[in-house]
Design a protein around this ligand. Structure first.
Ligand SMILES: Nc1ncnc2c1ncn2[C@@H]1O[C@H](COP(=O)(O)OP(=O)(O)OP(=O)(O)O)[C@@H](O)[C@H]1O
Ligand SMILES: [Mg+2]
Length: 252
């Protein structure tokens, strides 16, 4: 079954050369367990997409990886080090940045101030300015609107700002949670053009998406999560054409 998708099995899991490896994550909220042993891996240079129904635990997996939620068991290794249990700011310092679901911006701050907030771990003003200029090159509309309050941006522009803010620390790995949710086809197209551009620029990404077809089309590999567990994994193209994945998650 080389090069095709397959249901996830324990035997299929190797660790060599991974930039990120989250293994057997068990996590939840209060008494409720949401992740029952999720394993995800990202190699340097890849785009990895995660799809699955609402409530599958996709956002919870991201929150656990970046340190907003502590796993009850399981491990997260990033760039050669164990990061399990570190705080989100410590994880960010190691080069793992996160764009939360729901295009969260600081509405009463300007575009530029929002970007500066993204670099809160950076002391060197010159580096912050250079990072802002890089974001403006990627998303020219943000440069044009640098003095506008973020709350008055369109939904698509707010999503660009949210991504731009996460890029302020030049991360090795960027986790994007639902970057296209609620966006028009035009903005969806722009966001995915930028994802491809970021990849070409050397940024590795893991993306959670409702728009499974779009996410798998740009993905080197993908995972399907369901009910807090791994269900399928494989190359993006293989998942896109897998009859069972198509029937269950791609609407036919
Ligand atoms: N802060 C929280 N407190 C309690 N339960 C939560 C919390 N956040 C999420 N949950 C629950 O955990 C489960 C998984 O939620 P999660 O947000 O990870 O799913 P998801 O796969 O990202 O779904 P969606 O596609 O709708 O974004 C859901 O049942 C949800 O109600
Ligand atoms: Mg979610």
């Amino acid at each position: 079954m080389h090069g095709s998708s397959r249901p996830t099995s324990d035997a299929a899991r190797g660790d060599a050369g991974a930039l990120l490896r989250a293994s057997d994550l068990v996590a939840g909220y209060g008494k409720i367990e949401v992740l029952h042993g999720v394993t995800l891996e990202v190699r340097s240079g890849e785009i990895v997409s995660i799809i699955g129904p609402n409530g599958a635990g996709k956002s919870t997996a991201f929150k656990t990886i970046i340190g907003l939620l502590h796993p009850r068991s399981g491990h997260v290794r990033f760039d050669g080090h164990e990061i399990t249990g570190l705080r989100a700011d410590q994880v960010l310092r190691r080069g793992l940045a996160y764009v939360p679901q729901g295009r969260i911006v600081f509405p009463q701050m300007t575009v530029r101030e929002n970007l500066e907030m993204g670099a809160y771990i950076e002391r060197d003003r010159g580096r912050v300015r250079a990072a802002i200029e890089r974001v403006y090159r990627l998303f020219p509309v943000l440069g044009e609107r640098r003095r506008q309050l973020a709350g008055t941006l369109s939904g698509g522009e707010q999503q660009m700002l949210s991504i731009g803010r996460a890029l302020m620390t030049t991360p090795k790995l960027l986790l994007l949670d639902e970057p296209s949710l609620g966006l028009s086809p035009k903005f969806l197209g722009i966001i995915y053009e930028k994802v491809v551009e970021l990849k070409a620029g050397g940024i590795t990404m893991m993306i959670v998406e409702q728009n499974a077809a779009k996410a798998l089309a740009v993905a080197d590999r993908g995972y399907v999560l369901e009910l807090g567990q791994n269900r399928f994994e494989g190359p993006g193209q293989a998942l896109l054409t897998d009859p069972e994945v198509k029937r269950l998650y791609l609407g036919g």
